[in-house]
Design a protein around this ligand. Sequence first.
Ligand SMILES: Cc1ncc(COP(=O)(O)O)c(C=O)c1O
Length: 370
Amino acid sequence: MARLRARVHGGDIYSAARELKRDPTEILDFSASINPLGPSPQVWKAITASRHLLNHYPDPNCWDLRQALATFWRIDPEQIVVGNGSTELIEALPRALGIRRLLVVQPTFSEYAAAMVRAGGQATALFADRSDQYAIPIDRLCHVMEAGRHDGRSIDGVVLCHPNSPTGQACSAEDVARLAKATRRRGIWLVIDEAFADYCPERSVLPHAASWPHVIVLRSMTKFYALPGLRVGFAVATHTAIRRLQRQLPPWSVSAMGQVAALAAVSDTVHAQKSLRFMARERERLRTLLAALPGCVVMPTYANYFLVELPRGWHARDITEELRRRGLLIRDCSSVPGTNLRSIRLAVRTVQDNDRIVRSISHLLLQGAS
Ligand SMILES: Cc1ncc(COP(=O)(O)O)c(C=O)c1O
């Protein structure tokens, strides 16, 4: 059985700034995949207009935000729970649902396994194949869920990151529905992390999750809505599952400004459309530039980042370190179980930033080759 360990994350501009004796805002961060257009202009207005809320506790029920999310997704607000980032919900899930043995589809975000272990349970892995460009192994997964067993032992939970990080892969909404059906037969919990699904809405199953027993969909306001500093995420599931999850959360875990900003963000469909159009264009441009780097392999993606394999002979750790010295952060994926040592993840940022990272990588590869 493959045992999984906790890993480091991207987005730590503070440590890099301290090391380089620079201001954190001077660090160019490709290691966290945040909408390069930034938060909606409505978010700035809403925060400014809500300054008076700072001397009150936040709404412990996140009432207004849940109403807005429910209207947006056409579901019952009682089927939504908001957390201090989706990370808080990931942490609470094993205890809330009584999961003891979780199957994680790897390579993926490390916190599912880490949270499971912290809750006193075990995490086991089902690996996507590199030879298949890490496509989600949907048939194998269905088979495992129907059997209710993996590696000779029973499982009571499965987590699927969809689209997956760091690989960028996603399957169709119909395939996810197949998993939801398989889960029903065995009563295994299926957690679908849709932190990046805003970039491929046709592959999301969010509204359906409200009526699927044993399925929880997680969403984040961090990535597409560009609010990583405010920490807001939410889960959608049946009434019973949401109540169980809610009971595991500490009171007031979502700040007043987080609630105000998230509400303004989901209400601004103009900024959302602009962000999607930008990403569709810029992602293709960056893909072409990266694919033109000699020896680099660029994986397909449904999200706002690319998993890239460096040319043979290179180690992801070395190039990550070299770029860091230049104030450029990328995600070294060499330690993510299931990827190879040449794997890095790059967020799609602005045109200017993307040109800069490609130039810098190209320069380092040429230097190394000479
Ligand atoms: C796949 C995935 N899910 C969830 C999270 C947690 O996001 P947050 O807690 O900011 O909502 C992350 C953060 O990097 C992630 O990559």
